[in-house]
Every structure is written in C-alpha cells, then in structure tokens.
Design a protein around this ligand. Structure first.
Ligand SMILES: [Fe+2]
Ligand SMILES: [Fe+2]
Length: 240
C-alpha cells in the first residue's frame, strides 16, 4: 500500500507501513487509541493540510520501500537517476528563481541572502555537471561491469579513479549544504519572512535531506559494491 486515501484510517496506515508512524508522532496524531479516525478527520482536528500530509506519507512510503541492498548495481544506478537526479533537475530552476527573488527583495535587510543565492547557484552548477558525469560515464561503466563475467578494460580509466573524483565532488556539495544551513540559521525563517522566503528555506531543507540520501546511496552502497566487483572480476580477467 503506497497510495493513501482521505478515508484511510490512521491505524490502518500504520499497520500496513509501521515506519510511517513517526510522521504521525511528529504531528502528535494518536495512531493507537485514536487509530480508527480517518486521515481527513485527524488533519481537520490538527489543522493540517490534508493534501500535503497525504503527499508526505506517500513520499516517505516510497523512500521506505527502497531496499538498496536487494538491488542489482544497474537497478540502483537506475533508481538514483530516476529519483534523485530527476528531483534535483526539477528543483534547480525553481530554486534559482526563488533565491534570486528573495536576495533582491530582502538582501538589504540581511546581506547573507546574497550569499545564499551565490552558494546555491554554484552548487547547482557543480551538481549538474557531476550528475552528467555519473550518467554518461560512471553508471554506464557500472552497468557494463555488472553485465560481464570479467572486468572490461575501460578506455577512460578504472572505476576507482572516477569514483574517487565523484566522492571528492560529494564532499564539496556537502560543504555547500553546510554553508547554506549556516547562512539561514538552520533553514529557520526570521519572524518578518514573507511566504516566498519561507518556501525558499523549506525547499532548501528538503534539498539537503534528499541530497544526503542520494550521496549515501552512492558513497556507501553503489560505489563500494562496484569497486568490490571490479576487483573480483578484474582478478578473473587477469587469471585468464
Ligand atoms: Fe548522483
Ligand atoms: Fe554523485
């Protein structure tokens, strides 16, 4: 179950997907004794926007369903491209516009907003080129390696060299995220912030969360498994 209806009961959702209980806890929604209430009822009671809450459940549900350990390397590369790369490509133009707007309207009040804009723009540019390298060079190499009995001799170097470079770029992206967090007091809007300003911080907060998951899947799952496979299949090639 990963589509939720307004008439689904809170208890039913948690029974099917226990990990989603944390989202109810976050909103102080009682899913035990109050489990018979529908999503529509609890959202009305708590003053939460129903559509947004259902979308959040769906997103968390999708993420929870991803079992990276059970995926082949090609499946994992496909998943990263279709989920995380697609997400960044859809968010960048929007964020570009909002960071520009907020800096030009409120930069005089808080000059850090100019740096937020510049840091974001540099991060987006670097990540677009980074994702292109993964999609055009690294991921195709990983798929080719997985599909062969012996490690192919790649004309653009070993996987280890390219992975080393990708990890370095992840580190740079991580530092840019830290700066964005610092410059915005942990993505907390000041009292006087207008809606656009609030949307900007909320979007940056989500971007950080998604990028952390994205980099985790590459650095801690895809890359070590690909390197191990290259070593194993390379040894098989050298024996023959
Ligand atoms: Fe990536
Ligand atoms: Fe990456």
């Amino acid at each position: 179950m990963n589509t939720f209806k307004t008439t689904d009961t809170v208890g039913g959702v948690v029974t099917q997907r226990p990990a989603l209980s944390r989202l109810f806890e976050k909103e102080s929604i009682d899913y035990c004794c109050g489990g018979k209430k529908t999503l529509e009822e609890v959202c009305r009671e708590k003053g939460i926007d129903l559509t947004t809450f259902i979308a959040t459940l769906k997103e968390a549900g999708n993420e929870e369903m991803v079992d990276t350990a059970a995926m082949s390397l090609s499946e994992l590369a496909d998943h990263i491209e279709q989920t995380h790369h697609a997400y960044l490509r859809s968010e960048f133009p929007r964020l570009d516009e909002i960071t520009e707007k907020v800096a030009s309207v409120h930069g005089k009040t808080d000059s850090r907003l100019y740096r937020v804009r510049d840091t974001f723009q540099a991060l987006a540019e670097e990540l677009l080129s980074h994702m292109m390298k993964e999609e055009r060079i690294l991921f195709p190499m990983v798929r080719q390696l997985e599909g062969s009995n012996e490690a192919p001799l790649f004309h653009c170097g070993t996987l280890a060299t390219i992975i080393g470079q990708m990890e370095k770029e992840h580190g740079q992206a991580g530092s840019a995220l830290e700066s964005l967090r610092e410059l915005t007091d942990g993505f907390t809007p000041p009292e006087w912030a207008c809606n656009t300003y609030r949307v900007l911080l909320d979007t940056l907060d989500n971007l950080e969360r998604d990028l952390h998951k994205h980099i985790h899947k590459e650095n801690n799952v895809l890359f070590p498994r690909a390197l191990e496979m290259e070593e194993r299949k390379g040894a098989a090639r050298d024996r023959n």
